[in-house]
Design a protein around this ligand. Structure first.
Ligand code: SAM
Length: 235
């Protein structure tokens, strides 16, 4: 996807990118590809793919949530997807990017300095350690391609405010949705929107889920990662 196609397709999502936003995205794409030559951050190697599979894909979140303002945590952000793209395009959104991989956080630190943006904060931590302490704090939490849905729910729901929304980005997760029924109930959360997104040009599909939290989370969640993986939540 070249820049003109990117602008056209994001317009269809209802996003009007300003020149300063486009300049920042270009700095981000160039720095990501340059850094990726010596430190493995992403399998994507061309600028056209960065615009399609990282930038455009991150922005499809607007199909399931209004992201103009509020506080969002991107858990397992990697090289900043979707969180850093959202921070550039929605300057009134307060964005926290969390990852347990120091290599990714170091890249993000340098990237943010180059972008000169102020609405981003980096967190070097395991998700389960962070959300054990930061309870009911965020309007939104998001995760793209991080773990199975039941694991993500236990990691991420605790730090959402009541009525906050967990925005999940994954491949095909029909089965995972069915398996997550009990976990959703225990964590007082419900799926309020499912959107299947087809990427322009290559026609691959992704699933976006909007999961709303309906009541405060029991302080015993999240459990340790080993426990979460070994024994999924049961009533
Ligand atoms: N979200 C990014 C994207 O879509 O390009 C990165 C996806 S990458 C496949 C998964 C990321 O999640 C990795 O950077 C990994 O370090 C991070 N991660 C996995 N489990 C985590 C946990 N429990 N706490 C914090 N980060 C985690």
């Amino acid at each position: 996807m070249n820049k003109e196609e990117f602008i056209k397709e994001t317009k269809k999502l209802g996003i009007n990118l300003t020149n300063p936003m486009l300049e920042k995205l270009e700095i981000y794409a160039n720095f990501l590809l340059e850094y990726n030559e010596h430190t493995n951050l992403t399998a994507i190697k061309t600028k056209e793919d960065v615009y399609l599979k990282h930038f455009y894909d991150s922005l499809t979140l607007v199909k399931i949530a209004s992201l103009e303002t509020g506080k969002i945590l991107d858990v397992g952000t990697g090289a900043g997807f979707p969180g850093l793209v959202l921070a550039i395009v929605f300057p009134n959104l307060e964005v926290d990017l969390l990852d347990s991989n120091n290599k990714k956080i170091t890249f993000l630190q340098q990237c943010i300095e180059r972008l000169k943006i102020k609405n981003v904060h980096l967190i070097y931590s395991r998700a389960e350690d962070y959300t054990k302490i930061h309870r009911e704090e965020y309007d939104y939490v998001t995760s793209r391609a991080v773990a199975e849905l039941r694991i993500l729910l236990e990691l991420n729901i605790p730090c959402l405010k009541v009525k906050g929304q967990f925005l999940v980005m994954k491949g095909n997760i029909k089965e995972e949705i069915a398996e997550a029924k009990t976990t959703l109930e225990i964590l007082s959360s419900k799926i309020i929107k499912v959107e299947i997104v087809t990427l322009p040009k290559e026609n691959s599909t992704r699933t976006l889920l909007n999961i709303e939290k309906e009541a405060k989370t029991d302080p015993k969640y999240p459990r340790t990662y080993d426990k979460i993986k070994k024994r999924m939540l049961k009533k």
